[in-house]
Write a new protein. Structure first.
Lengths: 423, 190
């Protein structure tokens, strides 16, 4: 895919220079191409930076910091929201779409933080999921206006958060009304032709299917059935992959495999959460990842190079299932030292997998690692939360560092061609 | 692209600011113009990850005897319910006590002494079996600065915490102020 994109860019430039393609057509095709291009490391860092800024704002709101009046806090957040959208417009204009999208995402998170602040200020006891739904609506408007894949993907995350909050308020009830909301957000993502967003939509739907295990037919009874459904999905998709001729069905089967795996492992997560199996899973999965990593970077050197990314994804899934169960499983109460070791191991495995995924140009690995990182960071946030104002400060500093790193990468990226030209 | 990005920024910012503005204005108007009543509370302090620490305010009128309910008495969880509160003078001042309830809209017979509150059933009720029913009025959370909820909870045990509630003509309730040991902490208007 990336090789094709590079070749297309080269050809377009040549056709434009030879006068076969108008300037407008050239720019339109490039813009279309940019929309379906996989994100770079810079885009990833900018997005993580935006999420960290957002966490800083939400923790700031949650701290209910009495040193500053609520009305001033609201004014600060609304001003920050406008600055973020202004910055997004400026960055898009300066042809820095990755940073533009990150700024737009910061704006939408600030909108959510402000909604929460206003409801806190007036003690609005409205059903919390309704507030998240309002946040989701605002996010969809921003995402559609900027045609931002990142913001629309975040909207899908909010849809998942909304479903989770609904489940918290109405326990032991299947959230069937999540499906139309999911379909609406997924339709907007499809309209924007965001491959990444569609993957995230599939992942969220998988999580929803996993959650059914808690309710069908009775509480905590159906996880084995959910795991079996996931495993059946893997087998069916693999069968289609082997038998179907090249085409849409085959592509769909290929893309369905990781999500069917996620459903399987999700079911297993709850079945295995009570005994020592997670330790075995994490060690085994990590070891297999470590063995496969060199093959992933230099695919031509081994005969199984086509299967390596898929095998690596299986192994990463196994390792991740084990590590997450140990840290956050319902019956697992690790001592603080053991918890820190498990958290560091998970972060190390996930960041290595992310780097390997980017290096090997594997969407599958990259997005599984991303998803894992988000789950891990959220888990750590919920588990280790200390004073909220300090947490807010922590996320703010982390956001500044990560965004700074992304800006540095952009700088180096722009210098690289000049250096090459000199040499 | 340049114009579209600017338009997108303006559109997203303006619509989102309007939504926040609408929340603020509707709440401020409600608090300013609604009728005020004072209720006793029993708080417990949980934490919301999005909105921070709050005390959950449990009211004497949150749990009512089924005998108060005018038939029909069958309704699913979440159904709207209307509760009539009546003012009674006592040694501690005035008290608002439940005088009736209905699953269909009702009006106060004596508007001077009575007020209607709207709420939602927090569990399903059936014609037979339920001796009591629970009601959620939308005034159950009071957000506080971090780590100050426990102190409120302690004060509540001694019976010195009350809330001043603003009730709109439609019966919607909003917290106007928290009264701790006779000291009133008003919610901001703007």
């Amino acid at each position: 895919m990336w090789i094709y994109a590079k070749r297309l860019e080269r050809d377009l430039k040549r056709w434009h220079e030879q006068g076969w393609l108008t300037g407008e057509g050239y720019r339109a095709i490039l813009a279309e191409q940019a929309r379906s291009k996989p994100p770079s490391v810079t885009a990833a860092l900018a997005a993580i930076g935006a999420v960290l800024f957002g966490f800083a704002a939400i923790s700031f709101v949650a701290a209910n910091w009495s040193e500053m009046g609520a009305v001033y806090r609201t004014a600060v957040l609304i001003a920050a929201l406008w600055i973020a959208y202004g910055a997004a417009a400026y960055l898009f204009k300066k042809s820095l779409p990755d940073f533009g999208q990150a700024a737009a995402l910061t704006g939408t998170i600030l909108f959510g933080a402000t909604v929460m602040l206003v409801s806190q200020m007036y003690n609005i006891n409205r059903y919390e999921p309704d507030l998240i739904l309002l946040w989701l609506a605002g996010t969809l408007i921003a995402g559609a206006a900027f045609r931002s894949s990142l913001v629309l993907s975040f909207a899908m995350g909010l849809a998942a958060l909304w479903a989770g909050a609904e489940a918290g308020f109405l326990p032991q009830t299947v959230q069937w009304h999540f499906l139309p909301v999911w379909a609406g957000v997924a339709a907007l993502i499809a309209w924007n032709r965001s491959g990444v967003g569609l993957h995230l939509s599939a992942a969220v739907l998988s999580a929803w299917i996993i959650h059914l295990g808690a309710f069908l037919p009775g509480p905590w009874e159906a996880h084995s059935e959910i795991a079996a459904i996931g495993a059946a999905g893997v087998l069916i998709a693999a069968g289609v992959l082997a038998a179907a001729p090249p085409g849409l069905l085959r592509q769909a089967a290929f893309r369905a495999i990781p999500y069917a795996m996620i459903v399987t492992f999700g079911g297993l997560f709850f079945i295995l959460a009570n005994d020592q199996v997670p330790i075995v899973l994490s060690v085994f999965g990590t070891a297999v990842c470590a063995v496969l990593a060199p093959m992933l970077i230099s695919p031509a050197a081994n005969p199984l190079h086509k299967a390596v990314p898929l095998l690596f994804t299986y192994a990463l899934n196994i390792a991740l299932t084990g590590l997450l169960i140990m840290q956050f499983g319902p019956k697992w109460n690790l001592t603080l030292d053991s918890f820190i070791v498990a958290a560091l191991a998970a972060l190390a495995v996930l960041t290595s997998a992310l780097a390997l995924g980017i290096k090997a140009h594997s969407w599958l690995i990259m997005w599984l690692a991303y998803l894992g990182l988000i789950v891990e960071i959220l888990g750590l946030y919920f588990k280790t939360i200390g004073t909220l104002i300090n947490t807010s400060l922590f996320f703010l500093v982390a956001g500044v560092l990560v965004t700074g790193l992304a800006a540095l990468l952009i700088r180096f990226g722009r210098q690289a061609p000049q250096d090459e030209a000199v040499s | 692209m340049r114009r579209r990005a600017l338009l997108a920024a303006f559109l997203a910012g303006a619509l989102q600011t309007s939504a926040i503005g609408a929340m603020i204005v509707s709440r401020a108007l409600h608090i300013r113009h609604g009728r005020e009543i004072v209720l006793d509370v029993i708080p417990v302090d949980p934490r919301s990850l999005l909105r921070g620490d709050y005390v959950y305010l449990n009211y004497a009128i949150s749990r009512l005897p089924a005998s108060l309910l005018t038939p029909p008495r069958e309704a699913p969880r979440g159904a709207r319910i209307y509760v009539i509160l009546e003012r009674q003078e006592s040694g501690d001042g005035e008290k608002w006590v439940p005088a009736g309830a209905s699953l269909t809209p009702i009006t106060a017979h004596d508007p001077e002494k009575q007020i209607v509150l709207q709420g939602h059933l927090i569990w399903q009720i059936s014609d037979q079996g339920n001796e009591q029913f629970g009601v959620h009025y939308g005034i159950e959370s009071y957000f506080v600065p971090e780590n100050t909820g426990r102190e409120l909870e302690r004060l509540a045990r001694t019976g010195s915490v009350k809330t001043a509630i603003s009730v709109s003509p439609e019966g919607d309730a909003a917290i106007k102020a928290l009264i701790v040991d006779g000291k009133r902490v008003d919610s901001p208007l703007f």
